[in-house]
Design a protein. Structure first.
Length: 92
């Protein structure tokens, strides 16, 4: 299995319950993979506005999964309403 790092920029008004729902969706999308570690960075100001938003709730997760599952994860995150932006990076 490959190691990945996922950074999520969630809507600023997202509470802990909705963050949990997003992470449950991530767990379902990675199938046989696993979430190794999670870290909530909290609410931060954006460097530039995205739409009318100037703040976001950042969340970091370290994942272990196979390569084809990463494509499913990215496609699923694009459809998730609470996710403003995401970045998935394979770690060597």
């Amino acid at each position: 299995m490959r190691q990945y790092e996922l950074v999520l920029m969630l809507e600023a008004e997202v509470d802990e319950e909705r963050v949990g729902a997003v992470m449950d969706r991530v767990r379902r999308l990675i199938g046989t993979g696993e979430v190794v570690d999670e870290d909530s960075w909290g609410r931060r100001k954006l460097a530039y506005k995205i739409g009318n938003r100037s703040e976001a709730n950042y969340h970091l997760a370290h994942l272990s999964m196979e390569a084809p599952e990463s494509k499913d994860l990215e496609a699923g995150l694009k459809l998730t309403d609470d996710v403003m932006r995401h970045l998935l990076i394979r770690q060597d």
